[in-house]
Design a protein around this ligand. Sequence first.
Ligand code: FNR
Length: 187
Amino acid sequence: SPVRILGISGSLRRASNCTAILRTLQDKLGGKAELIIHPLNDLPLYDQDIDNETAPDSVFAFKRAIAEADGLIAVSPEYNYGMSGVLKNALDWASRPAMKSPLKGKPSLIMTASPGFTGGVRAQYQVRETLSGCLARVIARPQVVIPAVHEKITDGRLTDAASIDFALAAVDDLIEEIRIVRLSQAA
Ligand code: FNR
């Protein structure tokens, strides 16, 4: 069956550069994989008191979307030298129940983008740690960071050829990891 990837953006704003990167990948992947962008706007703040059957539909929908995907791409901005709270909150929801959450064993690729020269690299490490804590299969390399991203986006799409190639090569690694997982599950 075709490879199905879920994309999540750690920025909620409509003109988000991070979301624009996901949209661009969606356009460029062609037949290699289907990329579904799942907005995080409706997730409430994590609260263990409602992390049960009373959780809002948005939580169940998000966890189901992860479970139904072969892999995950998380694109985060850097806020105050760290990952966005939006993304951390979403991953916290998805991380339960511990040890058997939909993130467990999920091939996961991380990208960060920033208007600065550092490309969100500090956020990148935090996302990596969190996904590792959720037992996801984090793609080790390349670490996709896109600096000066505001100069590389036009009309909601990434237009810088080098950045597009960098990001697409990383998605190839993700797809390869998905193949390995599928083979091991079939065995
Ligand atoms: C930022 N920004 C930012 N950039 C960076 O490289 N390092 C940082 O520590 C921060 N800190 C930060 C904090 C807050 C609260 C905001 C709102 C912004 C700039 C940030 O990278 C920029 O706004 C991005 O464009 C946000 O990503 P989206 O919304 O374009 O996807």
